[in-house]
Design a protein. Structure first.
Length: 144
């Protein structure tokens, strides 16, 4: 039901880890994600530790779901000297093409413990349903 839009995103993520370059608005870093079906909905969980809730932006246009977030530096006092900085800062983004069988009008989002969880219901038109079979009695002809 979900499709990755950029097959080279994993290579970019690896290169960013090796070089220490963080994401920018024009070239954001990837964010780790899990996607699975749970009952009658798809669940997408994105890791965004240390990102403020107001720094997350979720958009859906037609079948394209875009999540963008920015991890900003923590304000430090003037007398603080950084000894080690391994947590990446900058812009993170993920785009997913959603299947037509998902109801993009009813997506919900929760953010807890650094994990953004999106729940996308399966559209009613995509769910299996029984088709009634009509008989001859249902098609009476009027004779005049």
């Amino acid at each position: 039901m979900l499709m990755r839009t950029d097959p080279f995103r994993e290579l970019d993520r690896l290169a960013q880890q090796l070089t220490g370059v963080t994401g920018t608005w024009s070239r954001p870093s990837a964010m780790p994600m899990d996607a699975y079906r749970e009952g009658e909905e798809y669940v997408i969980a994105l890791d965004l530790p240390g990102v403020a809730k107001d720094a997350i932006d979720i958009d859906v246009e037609r079948n394209m779901l875009t999540v963008r977030a920015e991890r900003r530096p923590v304000a430090k006092a003037d007398d603080v000297q950084m000894e080690l900085s391994e947590r990446p800062l900058g812009v993170f983004s993920r785009q997913l093409v959603l299947a037509d069988t998902l109801d993009t009008e009813r997506i919900t989002a929760d953010y807890e413990a650094g994990v953004l969880t999106l729940r996308i219901p399966i559209a009613e038109r995509a769910k299996p349903r029984k088709i009634a079979i009509g008989g001859e009695a249902d098609h009476k002809q009027i004779r005049g």
